[in-house]
Design a protein around this ligand. Structure first.
Ligand SMILES: Cc1cc2nc3c(=O)[nH]c(=O)nc-3n(C[C@H](O)[C@H](O)[C@H](O)COP(=O)(O)OP(=O)(O)OC[C@H]3O[C@@H](n4cnc5c(N)ncnc54)[C@H](O)[C@@H]3O)c2cc1C
Length: 428
């Protein structure tokens, strides 16, 4: 029987996975691979690790769970470690593969890689199917071309809410036809240069990188606790799991699909309650879509003149300021508490992210890209589009009309940490 490869890159799930579904529909036998780009082990231009410890742990866990879920459907998962396109093409040719399926990325480097992979595979008569599956609203269902995306989120959202269809999640897969092969070793955190990753017990939530854990989190936040009904009022809080959905890490490795989250919110609205909070979760997930499309429209915007460490940290004073910001030693308790939470857990609330970003840019007067790169390395839920555009937005280098994004820390801590509980939690 003819065989196809399915490459898992960002989409580490079996449920509602358009790429896997397309491959199954081909009717051919499926060989699933996780495509491990060895360059992920390297550091950025600012000598920070591209994938920090928390994301490394989350990624490895996601693969273990993906393998388990594929095995329960009579399939398997292997790891294809690659450092050049030719490695992949040679391997495909030797294995008589005729079709390969992969998820389309918004990331610049990945897009270039996929284009070049497509060309080289075509030379060998192998077809590469690159399939969009990154957003709630499919890019072909937008009311405008990506090149004509509105510059302001509100305009985007209103148009999408009025004119775009959000399709239902795909039906569950019951079986995958796969040939018998001996799967390779799994990826481990040692492959990403870490020995052991400890997460501080004060963490907001335990981010276990399993598709199953992401589904469990949806169940918990919506159905078990009904926290969704008060999301709009609590989303700016700072401590523990309940104030916001905490779905970002699972969404960003696509362990769960935003379509599934949307369908669960709609079911909740029918069965439990429909209010401004239930709407607001979708409102935020559409922000996520907006940033994905903004990135897709101009992927190189902030990366044309990527800075070196010497460009952005010119003086010893700047270096000291940056170190103190990173380690939470500025003696500004609200900023310090947030930075310690990030350092020891890989997560920080949205309110915290806005405050520490504003402090870096407006008070410390440091280059915003330093903050973006540090977040890239540390966040368990790092997403290139959400991170760089939120930073750009906070640093006022992006064209949104709302102009005052300076956060007065004193005022913010009075509003969001009036009793100092959060500051105490992290600073003592
Ligand atoms: C400087 C800065 C950097 C950020 N970097 C990232 C990042 O790398 N990855 C990331 O997912 N989010 C990022 N955010 C957005 C936001 O802080 C996180 O999505 C949110 O805190 C995750 O927690 P949650 O899942 O509980 O969010 P919830 O409040 O429950 O929101 C639900 C979902 O909506 C999406 N969302 C919410 N707010 C935003 C937003 N402002 N931009 C884009 N998507 C949003 C996320 O997917 C989130 O999981 C950043 C924000 C700032 C200010």
């Amino acid at each position: 029987m003819e065989k196809v490869w399915v490459f898992f890159t960002e989409n580490l799930r079996v449920r509602d996975n358009t790429v896997l579904d397309a491959a199954i529909k081909s009717g051919w036998a499926i060989i699933p691979f996780y495509l491990f780009d060895i360059s992920l082990k390297t550091s950025t231009e600012l000598r920070m690790r591209k994938v920090g410890p928390y994301r490394a742990k989350f990624l490895c866990e996601s693969l273990v769970n993906l393998r388990k879920n594929l095995e329960s459907l009579w399939s398997h998962l292997s790891i294809l470690r690659w450092n050049s396109i030719d490695t992949i093409v040679d391997f495909a040719t030797k294995n008589y593969i005729k079709k390969v399926y992969i998820q389309e990325s918004v990331w610049v480097y990945e897009r270039e890689m996929m284009e070049s992979l497509r060309e080289k595979l075509e030379e060998k008569n192998i077809k590469l199917y690159i399939i969009w599956d990154s957003t709630l609203v499919h890019k072909d269902d937008l009311p405008f071309a990506v090149s004509e995306l509105p510059k302001v989120y509100t305009h985007f959202r209103k148009a999408v809410e009025k004119q775009s269809e959000i399709v239902d999640p795909l039906s569950e897969i019951t079986e995958i036809k796969s040939p018998e092969i001996e799967p390779t070793d799994m990826l481990t955190i040692q492959d990403l240069w870490y020995d052991k990753v400890e997460i501080d017990a004060r963490r907001a939530i335990e981010f276990i990188g399993w598709e199953d854990a992401g589904l469990e989190r949806i169940k918990n936040y919506l159905w078990d606790t009904e926290n969704l009904s008060s999301y709009k009022e609590t989303r700016n809080w700072l401590i523990w799991a309940d104030y916001s959905s905490k779905l970002s890490a699972w969404l960003n490795l696509w362990c769960i699909s935003s379509r599934y989250v949307y369908s669960e919110v709609k079911r909740y609205e029918k069965q439990i309650k429909k209010n401004s909070s239930t709407y607001w979760l979708i409102f935020e997930i559409l922000w996520r879509d907006f940033f994905q499309f903004v990135f897709l429209q101009d992927p190189m915007k902030f990366f044309h003149n990527y800075p070196t460490l010497d460009d952005v940290l010119k003086s010893e004073t700047d270096k000291r300021k940056f170190e103190k910001w990173k380690s939470g030693n500025l003696k500004v308790p609200f900023v310090d508490a947030n930075m310690k939470e990030l350092k020891f857990t890989g997560f920080m609330s949205n309110r915290g992210r806005q405050n520490v970003a504003s402090y870096l840019v407006n008070d410390l007067k440091l280059d915003w890209r330093l903050g973006a790169m540090y977040f890239e390395s540390m966040l368990v839920d790092y997403d290139v589009a959400a991170n760089w555009w939120n930073w750009a937005y906070q640093a006022w280098v992006w064209n949104d009309p709302r102009d005052n994004r300076y956060f007065l820390i004193e005022k913010q801590q009075k509003m969001y940490d009036p009793d100092g509980e959060y500051r105490k939690l992290w600073n003592t």
